[in-house]
Design a protein around this ligand. Structure first.
Ligand SMILES: [Zn+2]
Ligand SMILES: [Zn+2]
Length: 233
């Protein structure tokens, strides 16, 4: 039984992902199987991991942040918790639940300190593809701009929180809010939180996760922070 035929026979098969990100936030996402096939039409573990990383890690497009480790588990027909770590195991899991057309997968995120996950290159590659999938209206533009910005974008420093300078530049692109598929943390929320942390404020402001970003900057920004983000301090 080849994996391509499984997707062909079950195009409506859904993966229900319970994603627990590194910051402890939990999110449920539904992915239809045809969304994670590789170039040969086969169910791909790397594609799935790439999608999960794109869903969960706000700064995934910066080169330094591709060191995320994802562990996938599901409950098999005997009720045992089984790890999925390859396309073969993913397909095997799907086949067990072919009748239900639904496989529940629990996803846990780890950010290793030193080791780089072996799937890094594949994850990064599939993340780029995900950007195209998730932004059908202006896909190519956003994706190419996002990858341009990826070099400039830095993690919010905890010692010296700063907003990126490109937010004040025009570069011929309008700073326009666009809706995208993947939800990520608002850059300005992260900035405010980092500042509060630095000043030892008791309760830290939360970071909104939104599917809304600036077309020119590539930063995700919540509604109330879009204008203030683009103003010089
Ligand atoms: Zn915000
Ligand atoms: Zn902008």
């Amino acid at each position: 039984m080849s994996s391509s035929s499984f997707v062909e026979r079950h195009p409506d098969f859904v993966l229900k992902l319970k994603i627990t990100a590194a910051d402890g936030q939990t999110e449920i996402r539904r992915i239809r199987l045809p969304r994670i096939v590789d170039g040969e039409g086969k169910v791909s573990y790397e594609e799935l991991v790439g999608l999960i990383v794109a869903f969960s890690v706000p700064e995934v497009r910066s080169p330094k942040s591709s060191r995320y480790k994802v562990s996938l588990t599901y409950s098999d027909v005997d009720g045992d918790s089984v790890t999925i770590a390859s396309s073969e195991e993913l397909l095997d899991a799907c086949e067990q639940y072919a009748d239900q057309k639904l496989l529940r997968i629990t996803t846990n995120f780890k950010k290793p300190n030193t080791t780089v996950a072996p799937a890094t290159a594949a994850v990064r590659a599939s993340c780029k593809r995900t950007m195209f999938v998730e932004t059908p209206r202006t896909g190519t533009n956003i994706a190419s701009q996002a990858s341009q910005k990826a070099d400039k974008r830095i993690r919010m420093s905890s010692k010296k929180p700063q907003l990126p300078l490109y937010r004040l530049e025009t570069q011929g692109k309008d700073h326009l809010a666009v809706i995208v598929g993947g939800r990520k943390g608002c850059t300005y929320c992260k900035y405010k939180r980092a500042l509060a942390k630095l000043n030892d404020k008791g309760t830290l402001p939360s970071v909104s996760k939104i599917g809304r970003k600036c077309l020119a900057c590539g930063d995700h920004l919540c509604k109330s922070h879009f204008d203030v983000f683009h103003k010089a301090e």
